[in-house]
Ligand binder design. Structure first.
Ligand code: ADP
Ligand code: MG
Ligand code: ZN
Length: 515
């Protein structure tokens, strides 16, 4: 029986507002002393009334627009009832019937080596996005209190704003789920509504997954989906991938044993590498949703208009522009955007483009040549940024933003490489020096004698000496074995320790041999 996975995600993203969703308490990061950012509203004291934080509504609508959703004229909050110590009111204020965003889509790119056939680029439907408050945090006290086992509750997180994003069941593999989450993180960062760091709990994901029988061509045998399991609260890309892989195998085995899976809610055990049954799945009826009587509905018309103005360039558009405007290869553009190196790369390319145009005035080389030269430059910028500089930064535990090398100096460095004034081995040394000192690349190259500075008479003499010392090879070249010219270039590069330009050396050799 050939089966494929059907996957839909529910993602909670913490909104980075200054205060909580329904009270003036600060929206603090983890690390604040427990229960220091609380008030009667967010600890559910009788008689305390919520007021909506306008910034949370703004950010929710902005995120919705980024996800390509329609923003309705009106949204409203509902009470979702359940009992747990981290929920002091006995209900969560959420949105059920009237969310802030509906019916969007996100286009994702899957790297070729991870993509299913024909699915390098897929459109993932967004069912809805709604605002809700987060719950508090339980801690199991390892030693207990007074000799008795104990669970402690920190209410600092209680009442902080979340946006929950629900996708259509459009994903078909663990790799697609990971790519979607990475794209979502990039979008949330671009909109500045959240840093969406999964490791810090700023983005948490529930995975819904079922299997579907297909024929040999991968076509569905039935239009109906099978029962799904929902894996709760995954907090890393890796956990999402592993949980999906595990669940595919588990469900496949159940089908093969003739006992298909039933709807259930499962948890992920990182240490065992397994999903574990928590409970049979609750339905929305179990939550007894009803309209929140303490908050009036929101008119979204003016918010929608204001946020449309604030919608930034999204990662997909940015990648495209890096490719089309600056000549970066698509995979390099993706890497730049994913690591938030795009702004730096663009600034460096801006410097280089200005320089290309200025030098074009002298040579009148025209638009095509500039475009070609720009692509060469982008190859250097992309390569040196994503492999060499990135490697050094990781080693030194630095980020591009707080490193010593300005985009201007980096552009200058790339110019030295492009003009052949320095070779790549010495380029690495120079880059390190730039990082350590924050100095100007041309100055550093000179003071540390890293440039390909052997030229003129010095080069002439070195070539002369090497030709005289190797008469057999010279004779062979004269007899037609011209590939030996390169052998001489190698000799000279070695003698000068890389400080001469190989093209210049080759020209000089040919000149002296009368070729
Ligand atoms: P809830 O989990 O709150 O009951 P829904 O029923 O709307 O909410 O489903 C939530 C998620 O489950 C969505 O991401 C949806 O795409 C996904 N989903 C629904 N049915 C299936 C299915 N049979 N297989 C896999 N995913 C599914
Ligand atoms: Mg769910
Ligand atoms: Zn509060």
């Amino acid at each position: 029986m050939k089966m494929i996975p059907i996957i839909g995600l529910e993602i909670h993203v913490q909104l980075n507002t200054k205060s909580k969703m329904f009270c003036a308490c600060p929206n603090v990061d983890d690390g604040a002393p427990p229960n220091t950012a609380i008030c009667p509203v967010c600890t559910g004291q009788p008689g305390a009334l919520p007021t909506l934080n306008a910034a949370a509504l703004d950010k929710g609508v902005l995120a919705g627009l980024a996800l390509g959703c329609a923003i309705p004229d009106r949204s409203a909050f509902d009470r979702k009832n359940y009992f747990y110590p981290d929920l002091p009111k006995g209900y969560q204020i959420s949105q059920f019937a009237l969310p802030v965003a509906l019916d969007g889509a996100v286009e994702i790119q899957i790297p070729t080596d991870e993509a299913l056939p024909g699915r390098e680029s897929v459109r993932i439907g967004i069912t809805r996005a709604h605002l809700e408050e987060d719950a508090a945090k339980n801690f199991h006290a390892p030693e207990g209190i007074g000799g008795r086992p104990a669970t402690l509750v920190d209410y600092n997180r209680g009442g902080t704003p979340l946006i929950e994003i629900v996708t259509e069941p459009d994903l078909r593999s663990a790799a697609e789920a990971k790519c979607f989450l990475q794209e979502l993180r990039a979008m949330m960062r671009a909109c500045k509504v959240s840093n969406a760091d999964m490791e810090k709990g700023q983005m948490r994901c529930d995975v819904n997954i079922s299997l579907m029988e297909v024929d040999a061509n991968g076509n569905h045998l039935s239009p109906k989906f099978n029962a799904r399991t929902e894996i709760k609260n995954l907090n890393s890309f890796r956990a999402v991938e592993r949980a999906i892989e595990f669940e595919i195998k588990r469900q496949q085995a159940l089908f093969e044993a003739g006992t298909p899976p039933i709807e259930s809610t499962r948890g992920w055990d990182e240490n065992q590498g397994k999903t574990l049954e928590q409970r049979t799945k609750e339905t929305s009826a179990d939550y007894r949703y009803f309209p929140e009587p303490d908050l009036p509905p929101q008119n979204l018309q003016s918010v929608r208009e204001a946020m449309a103005q604030r919608l930034p360039e999204l990662p997909s558009a940015k990648r495209q522009r890096l490719h089309e405007e600056h000549g970066f290869a698509p995979n390099v553009a993706a890497l730049l955007v994913a690591n938030e190196w795009d702004e730096y790369a663009e600034q460096a390319m801006g410097e280089l483009a200005a320089w290309l145009e200025a030098s074009d005035d002298e040579h009148r080389s025209g638009g095509d040549v500039i475009a070609e030269r720009r692509t060469e430059m982008s190859r250097l910028v992309g390569g040196w940024l994503t492999s060499k500089l990135a490697g050094i930064l990781v080693e030194k535990n630095l980020t591009l933003k707080d490193c010593n090398i300005t985009p201007e100096n980096f552009a200058e460095f790339v110019r030295l490489l492009d003009k052949g004034e320095i070779n790549s081995a010495n380029g690495q040394k120079l880059l390190l020096l730039m990082l350590e000192t924050g100095g100007d690349p041309s100055d550093l190259m000179e003071t540390h004698n890293l440039g390909q500075s052997v030229g003129g008479n010095e080069l002439l003499t070195i070539v002369e000496r090497n030709l005289q010392a190797n008469p057999d090879q010279v004779a062979a070249i004269r007899a037609g074995k011209t590939q030996l010219v390169k052998w001489f270039v190698g000799l000279i590069m070695r003698e000068t320790e890389g400080r001469c330009n190989p093209q210049q050396a080759e020209e000089e050799i040919k000149k002296q041999l009368g070729l």
